[in-house]
Design a protein around this ligand. Sequence first.
Ligand code: BG6
Length: 479
Amino acid sequence: MEATTFVLFGATGDLAKRKIYPALYNLFLDHKLSKSFTIIGLGRREWSDEAFQAQVEQSLHTFSRRSADDSASIKAFIKAFRYSVMDVERIEDYHKLLQVVEQREQELHLPGNRMFYLSVGPEFFGKIAASIQESGLGSAKGWKRLIIEKPFGHDLKSAQELNQELGKAFKEEEIFRIDHYLGKPMVQKLDVLEQSNPALQDIWTNQYIANVQITASETVGVEERAGYYDHVGAIRDMFQNHMLQLLMTLGKNDGRISKRQVMESVEPLLKENVVNDVVRGQYTAGSIQGKPAAGYKDEPGIDPCSTNDTFVAVRLRIDDVFWRDIPIYIRTGKRMKEKSTRIVIEFKQPFKRSYSAQERTAPNLLIFEISPNEGVTLQINHKDLPNKGVTSTIPVDLHFNQSGEPEAYENLIYDALQGDPTFFAHWDEVELAWKWVQPILEAFEEDLVPLHHYPAGTYGPDASDLLLAEDGNHWWFDS
Ligand code: BG6
């Protein structure tokens, strides 16, 4: 790992404490950070370096996956941290920051590699990027890179504007857009599982696949994010980014097509037809794991007349030689029955009739469990001897031992520091995803799609089941 100055905007924020410091600490313990590494935290509050270091240490005790009890390691890690006050609107503060950065680069004999991590609201991205440029912070002797978090825009137009602003200060290859789903270990393993196993590769086509189901269900509700969530809904918060990135990752098909090509090939929806392929849902009161849960409109901070979507289910098709005619169903929602992100591939049943007149066999399923558990399961049919020898299904299970596995942010920060863009959302993908989603946003806006309600603690509205039933299918594992 090259020696780097890591400049963190939003250093006193929640994401920094929960994810970024623990990730850096675990990289440090794994010797994945250069010995000459410095982190300059920026925030509005007036803090000394010592007060900042104490906050970072506290966050490690609370959120690190590995114990932060080894005082020698903690001490060595913490001493890399410095703090500087920053009002992102004031150019003087960037000049001051430049002095701090240059001073650290001299002290540590750093080669001038600068990583700027914007853990702040997207409304500040353009201003910060421009000020980095204007102040000279961006004229590093080594490389410069930018890490940003979603949301990348609110719709196609705002995303394009944002990208243009960033593009004035950073080249595309210098921008690392985090989509934390791409950092999930199981998503990172998908590639190799498919590409290194010819048996899987060969069946990864419309000749064998009947349909694909991608689910990201959550049990949590809107939590303390009403102000944000009530304006974005599930379609922008989860679908446009995480769900479509999962689709692109799955669709790559052994590297024969790229993620961009997958997204380009998704058959476009017309606004007038959104109603046929998209289900919009919102939770009402119910109960989750035995505990009562309020309805969305009764959540603190939510407009009591809100028509915001907390659930979406979408049917789409990829018009590509490998994927053509395979219905792909994607759903995501809050306050559902269980927390689970998974991909289910249902295979065709060519022997349905010829196998045996008396026996009905279930289709083979290949299931990728992404989180909270990780695993791959192949569901096959077998002869159940203790049960009168009937044919029934049995899972062939491979569950990964997740202990000791790096978390998403560790993988992603490490890759960005290495300059490896593989598991980041590239602009062309983000833009294509917005283009695809745009008619849905408009159809929701114009109320062309009914809002279906579902009680908290269920698998979403009935309309989501009907969407699959129209094709003679059903969601697997809703029980
Ligand atoms: C975030 C969304 O990007 O992903 C949240 O903003 C959502 O609303 C979260 O809860 C889900 O992430 P995970 O890793 O828990 O599935």
